[in-house]
Write a protein that binds this ligand. Structure first.
Ligand code: IMP
Ligand code: MG
Length: 176
């Protein structure tokens, strides 16, 4: 398999500064609770959180919807829940990529039941062509074509998460 750079580290960093400024402007006061979706969003969270200049609480949530390959199992489950209550909080979900939308539509439903003051989504990448469930994503880093990408937190079979660029994984098994 070979890797082709789709988004360079410099492009990613520039865009994240813009997203941070937009988020700062949209939440004029109070604490923002960032909910990082493990594992893929950990690198994005590290950079986005430092581009936000306000009080934040950082939490992690584990969700699984994918098997070991490139296809969704179609089944979503919470593998690690939040350590705190988000009742009354302004919650911003930090996700690596929105693909079918199955994971995020499920997560929105789970978090809304916990009565936060608000809940929005920040996703670094969006593959709109693949959407099966509608999801409103308030902050999108980049819209990308329907190609399987790795790096900057994203994996294929747990590999490539530590690449600094986002790359297309080529010559692999076809995406259905
Ligand atoms: P969804 O439920 O189909 O929207 O899937 C979202 C999850 O699938 C993301 O959080 C990723 O973990 C994973 N995913 C979707 N597309 C890709 C990709 O191109 N590369 C790596 N992981 C992906
Ligand atoms: Mg993910």
């Amino acid at each position: 398999m070979s890797l082709r750079v789709l988004l360079s580290s410099e492009q990613i960093q520039t865009r994240i500064q813009e997203l941070g400024a937009q988020i700062d402007a949209d939440y004029p006061s109070g604490t923002l609770t960032l909910v990082c979706i493990l594992k893929g969003a950990f690198v994005f969270l590290a950079d986005l959180s430092r581009a936000i200049h306000r009080n934040t609480v950082i939490e992690f949530m584990g969700i699984s919807s994918y098997g070991k390959g490139k296809t969704s199992s179609g089944e979503v489950k919470v593998t690690k829940d939040l350590d705190i209550s988000v009742e009354g909080a302004n919650v911003l979900i930090v996700e690596d990529i929105v693909d079918s939308g199955v994971t995020l539509s499920y997560l929105m439903q789970v978090l809304r039941q916990r009565k936060p003051q608000s809940v929005r989504i920040a996703a670094l990448l969006d593959k709109p062509e693949r959407r099966l469930r509608p999801v409103e994503v308030s902050y999108v880093g980049f819209k990308i074509p329907d190609e399987f990408v790795v790096g900057y937190g994203l994996d294929y079979g747990e590999k490539y998460r530590n690449l600094k660029d986002i790359c297309v994984l080529e010559d692999g098994p076809p995406t259905p």
